[in-house]
Structures are given as C-alpha cells and as structure tokens.
Design a protein around this ligand. Structure first.
Ligand SMILES: [Mn+2]
Length: 346
C-alpha cells in the first residue's frame, strides 16, 4: 500500500478494531467472526507453522466446517522440527506450503498466531481476519482483529471460540490444542493467563495421551543417533561441567537434544555442547541456573563474534566461522571449547 495514502475511511484502524474486539464477550466475538463467512466461501488459513498455530488452524477448520465450501491451511515456512512433523502426521492436520497456492481462488484469507508485518511473504496479502497473541503491530488492517497479547497461546483463544460455538473438540483437535498451549507457555513457566490454565484443564479430559507422548518424544532422526556416539566419545568433564564438541552436524537441533540429555547427569552444573552446522559454529549452553546465567556467559564470551545470548538456564550462540580467530577455525575440539570457557567460569 502507498504510505502517503490514508486507508479507506470506512475501514477503522487496527488499534481501534483491537480495542473494540477486546470489549466483546466470547459469544459476541464468535458471532462477529462467523459473520465474515458465506456458504460459498473458499477459506485460506495462513500460519507460520508451529504447534500453537497448527492447532489453532485446525480449530478454525472445525469451527467453519459445514459453514463454508472449502478450507485450506497454508504455511510459508518449511516444517523441520520433528515434533511438529509428528503432530501434523499423527493428528492428521492437512496443510500445504503457501508457495504455489493460488490465492485468488480463495474468497477469505485468515492469519493466525501472527500479524501481517511479521513476515515479508505476508506483505501483499489482504487478510480478512487476524487472530493472534503477539504484541499489536501497526500499519495494517483487517475486517476482523482479535489480538490478546496477555494470552499464553492462540490455542486458548480458539478453545474459547469452540466453547462459545458449543463444539466439543475431537481427541485429535483437543490433543493439538493442549500441545499448542503446552509448547507456547513452556509448560506454564512463561506468560500465561488463568484462561490458559482453565482451557488446559478443560482439554485434558479429551486428549489422547499416547498421541501426545509420541509427539513430545519425537525429536531425534534415526540418522542423528551417530551424533550421540560422537558426543560420548568426545565429552570431557571439568569441575562439574560437561564440555563436548561434536563436529560437523546437519541440523543444529540435535545439539539441543544432546545438551538437554546431558543435564540429566548427576552433580553437573553446566553443559556446553558445540557443533559445526554449515559455515556456523553453534554452541548450546545449559546450566542449573543457581547463581549462574547461561545467557550472560554466552554473550560475554562469544557475543563479539556473532549472535549469542539467551536465558538464565539456557542459551545459544551461532557464530559465523569466518568471524572466529584463526586458531579456533583450523581444528575446533572439545579441548579448545574448554580453553575458551575455563577462564570465564570460576
Ligand atoms: Mn503462539
């Protein structure tokens, strides 16, 4: 849109719609949302695929089933996380890439768990409805805007829509929503409202625990088992700390899995795991957080070379190898990892 032009006068600004929507009851909000759709509509639901957005799209699909003629869920990102692939397969959530989708075949386009400025792929899409829990952004508008940034998950908002519509979720939908809340609130250790907690409790009765276990546990590719072997061969323990450089790896997610596994070792305060993924040295930090700060350590030691930081108990650095001093780049080993961090940890 041309920035010098004012938006059409009959479309209220996003912040006005946002404020208006927040005053509605669940029933009123549902009625307003459903009033966007006609029987012959073909609906496109756009999500940046992760558990919260996938489950939310699944819920909207249920909400609109038999109310519109077609519903398609699309995502601009590639789904790489194994837990997310497992969720999609086990719960049978139909999705396709945004790329290659003929948008003009759809009469209504919705965006869930995200806002138009969040991704460049959204720039030229005119969304009819946006439902999200990220902080409100400006410079866009939609016919329907429901943004509640205090919510831990969009899944909670969607559960409220389903409840208002008197729809009992199937086991697959309940499991998806339950998992979405669990992931986005980090098992309720991150921001969450009492609404998140009560939805979680309400959904619990309907989930399939076996599906949930399978989804939560699927995080290692069979081809990645060899990195565990390398981890055990290369790891060294110094002063209640485990250090290990694993060498060249495919997807850095495996470093996270190995680091999390090593935190289970008794009497260990720190775990520092590194590996080379493409042209980057990826370092994963884990600690018990007691008088320790993983994010600060990562930033202090590696921040000068590239992005490094995180939280008290977990942190990550992704350093372009070309930024590292030459002595590190020739042959990176566990001993070198120990040398780098030893002087920063007392
Ligand atoms: Mn979310």
């Amino acid at each position: 849109m041309n920035k010098s032009q004012n938006p059409e006068p009959d479309i209220p600004s996003v912040s006005k719609m946002y404020r208006h929507n927040r005053r509605l009851s669940n029933k009123e909000r549902l009625r307003l949302f459903l009033s966007l759709f006609k029987r012959e509509d073909r609906v496109l639901i756009v999500i940046v695929a992760d558990p919260d957005s996938m489950a939310s799209a699944f819920a909207v699909k249920r909400l609109l089933s038999r109310r519109v003629s077609e519903i398609t869920i699309v995502h601009p990102n590639q789904i790489k996380r194994l837990n997310n692939l497992a969720m999609q397969n086990i719960l049978k959530i139909p999705m396709q890439p945004l790329r290659g989708t003929k948008r003009d075949e759809y009469s209504r386009i919705l965006l869930l768990d995200s806002q138009p400025p969040h991704r460049k792929e959204f720039a030229n899409i005119k969304f009819n409805a946006v439902i999200d829990h990220h902080p409100l952004t400006e410079g866009w508008t939609a016919d329907f805007v429901d943004i509640r940034e205090e919510y831990g998950a969009v899944c909670t908002m969607m559960s409220e829509y389903l409840k208002a519509a008197r729809i009992t979720p199937s086991a697959a939908l309940a499991t998806a929503l339950f998992y979405g809340i669990k992931v986005d609130t980090h098992d309720f250790t991150k921001k969450a409202t009492t609404n998140d907690i009560s939805c979680f409790q309400h959904l619990f009765k309907r989930i399939n625990q076996y599906w949930l276990n399978k989804i939560e546990q699927s995080d290692i590719r069979r081809s990645e088992l060899k990195y565990f072997k390398m981890a055990f061969l290369n790891l060294k323990v110094r002063k209640h700390r485990i250090y290990v450089h694993i060498g060249k790896i495919g997807n850095p997610d495996i470093l996270v899995v190995i680091a999390d596994f090593l935190t289970h070792v008794h009497d260990i305060g720190w775990v520092i795991v590194s590996g080379q993924a493409g042209e980057k040295l990826v370092v994963i930090f884990r600690c018990d957080g007691y008088k320790k700060n993983a994010g600060r350590l990562a930033e202090r030691v590696l921040g000068k070379y590239g992005p490094a930081g995180g939280h008290k108990q977990s942190a990550r650095a992704e350093i372009p190898i070309k930024n590292l001093p030459e002595k590190f780049t020739r042959n990176f080993t566990t001993d070198l990892l120990i040398k780098i961090f030893m002087k920063h940890l007392d």
